[in-house]
Design a protein around this ligand. Structure first.
Ligand code: URA
Length: 185
């Protein structure tokens, strides 16, 4: 556990714990407000993120921005990170070993930020952070109390690009996220 952002970011940028370090262009560490009450956790960087070093800036990221805007949550008020900090080849799902080796960076980020709410984007981070048998279709938008944090999962924006019928549910869930945020003391 690193106690400063500088130490954590340096360790993460130099990481060679798994083979993804061989194919990455940039480590996508995370971005946003380090004092955020609300944190979003995606899956892994895609091509645009790998090239820029910034999470959620490709097609899925642009769609996610629209939801943030629709529910009046400024992107720079929240912190956005991924389960994996390096892009898996051809955007395949992160392997369990990759997650095991990488999740410590995310946990360290959570410890430094101490958000009140953590929203998983998609099933991969929900299965890791909420519960292993998380079913995104049934359990999206449901809040779970996990120690110091309240957590929920919403659909991953990439899934919404493939299945636009889920967009209505996403808006409902994102409105609920905004309500939780506004209700914090
Ligand atoms: N998908 C993710 O899960 N994370 C990103 O940063 C981009 C796309």
């Amino acid at each position: 556990m690193e106690t400063t952002w500088e130490a954590l970011e340096e360790k993460c940028r130099d990481c060679r714990a798994c083979p993804l370090c061989e194919t990455r262009t940039n480590v996508v560490f995370g971005a946003g407000n380090r004092n955020a009450k609300l944190m979003f956790v995606g899956e892994a960087p895609g091509e645009t993120e790998d090239l820029s070093g910034i999470p959620f800036v490709g097609r899925a990221g642009k769609l996610f921005d629209k939801y943030l805007e629709a529910v009046d949550i400024p992107r720079d008020s929240v912190y956005i990170a991924n389960m994996l900090k390096c892009r898996p080849p051809k955007n395949r799902d992160p392997l369990p070993q990759e997650q095991d080796l990488c999740v410590g960076y995310l946990r360290n980020q959570v410890k430094l930020i101490q958000p009140r709410l953590i929203v998983c984007l998609g099933r991969i981070s929900a299965m890791r952070l909420i519960k292993p048998d998380f079913k995104i279709t049934k359990e999206h938008g449901i809040w779970y109390d996990k120690g110091a944090y309240r957590m929920c999962a919403v659909y991953h924006p990439s899934l919404l690009l493939r299945d636009p019928r889920k967009k209505e549910d996403m808006l409902v869930d994102m409105k609920a996220v905004k309500r939780e945020l506004d209700a914090l003391d």
